[in-house]
Design a binder for this molecule. Structure first.
Ligand code: NAD
Ligand code: ZN
Length: 230
């Protein structure tokens, strides 16, 4: 399973492309990058504080719940990789999941190796941004544009053993997640069982041609029925 921003859209959390990729006139890439952090940490924390506030008010939807139920039924045969940084999958009951792009409700030091920690606070001003024991500023525990995603080895291992890959609500433009379907398909001829690849979402993703099945509807409509087949 791979989910993207679209799975949280029906919970009221905007996708990047849906909001024209803009936030207060800034391109999202310009507030979610190491360069933005260097240039203007206050602006970056304003963006993530706003997203924390929105995510806190949002509730899991039928698609999140259907995925948690599938995990209940399939146990270790099920694995969820999400590009989302909100916690709606966990709040719906998912446990076997990896947040490849980080987590909105965790923060960490921008310099040293001290562990990320749970953090729900909002930081509206430069002065309110806390400092680590080493003296450096605390940053969001988020994978920004240009940074390496988390859990890639685990995700590769899961792609190598899966027989069905279900991809939901992602534009197929952010790499390496957009490659997962190709990696699953490229197992063909390796002696491993062939993979069925499904996409669910109202718009065609950029990598649509790589999927064996496409459901061109919203996640909340399709997932509850689809996973009964699993
Ligand atoms: P994206 O914004 O590029 O694309 C969202 C996709 O979701 C679109 O293809 C759209 O057609 C689809 N979609 C919209 N409504 C849907 C619905 N009801 N059901 C199914 N699909 C629906 O998002 P992305 O591809 O995930 O990549 C952008 C990056 O920004 C990712 O890292 C993503 O995690 C991050 N992001 C995360 C959140 C979040 O955590 N909730 C929100 C916005 C962006
Ligand atoms: Zn530190």
């Amino acid at each position: 399973m791979l989910t993207g921003a679209g799975v949280s859209a029906e919970s009221g959390l905007p996708t990047f492309r849906g909001a024209d990729g803009l936030w207060h006139g800034h391109r999202v890439e310009d507030v979610a990058s190491p360069e933005a952090w260097e240039r203007d940490p206050e602006l970056v924390w304003n963006f993530y504080s706003m997203r924390r506030e929105m995510a806190r008010k949002a509730q899991p939807n039928a698609a999140h719940r259907a995925l948690a139920e599938a995990e209940q039924a399939l146990g270790e045969r099920f694995f969820l990789c999400t590009q989302n940084v909100d916690d709606l999958h966990e709040r719906a009951g998912s446990r076997r999941l990896a947040h490849m792009h980080g987590e909105l409700f965790r923060s960490r030091c921008s310099v040293c190796e001290r562990k990320p920690f749970g953090d729900e606070k909002l930081y509206p001003t430069l002065a309110s941004i806390p400092l680590c024991a080493c003296g450096a500023r605390i940053r969001p525990h988020i994978v920004w544009f240009g940074e390496l995603p988390f859990h890639l080895q685990l995700i590769m291992d899961e792609l190598n053993r899966c027989t069905v890959l279900l991809v939901v609500g992602t534009s197929g433009l952010v790499y390496p997640a957009a490659h997962f379907v190709h990696w699953a398909n490229s197992r063909h001829g390796t002696g491993l069982p062939p993979v069925r690849t499904y996409y669910v979402g109202p718009d065609e993703p950029a990598n649509v041609a790589a999927f064996t099945h496409v459901f061109g509807e919203k996640a909340g409509k399709i997932l509850p029925g689809l996973l009964q087949l699993a």
